[in-house]
Design a protein around this ligand. Structure first.
Ligand SMILES: [Zn+2]
Length: 92
């Protein structure tokens, strides 16, 4: 998989978790995944609800490389739990 922001690639989900990747994050109403550690540090912040979001000054200004259909990351049990616990519908 690769970072939705910069396109950095990582070989496996396990490597990504070890390296501190952020499984998903929000830019306004849009959900994106995932983000590498350096993009996380530079562009993301932890929101009041404990979810990662794009810093206000970057919101709506970033381009994303989300690969639709790449569900490998979400197949990981640890991440699937996070994702299922945060269905977009529950946020509205
Ligand atoms: Zn990145």
């Amino acid at each position: 998989m690769r970072c939705a922001i910069c396109g950095l690639r990582v070989n496996s989900t396990d490597d990504a978790i070890e390296d501190g990747w952020t499984p998903y994050f929000h830019d306004g109403d849009q959900e994106h995944d995932p983000a590498c550690p350096s993009c996380t540090e530079t562009l993301l912040q932890e929101g009041a609800d404990g979810e990662w979001e794009v810093k206000e000054e970057y919101r709506g200004k970033l381009r994303y490389l989300d690969e639709i259909g790449d569900r490998v990351w979400q197949d990981h049990p640890q991440v699937a739990m996070l994702v299922l616990g945060n269905e977009p519908g529950k946020l509205n």
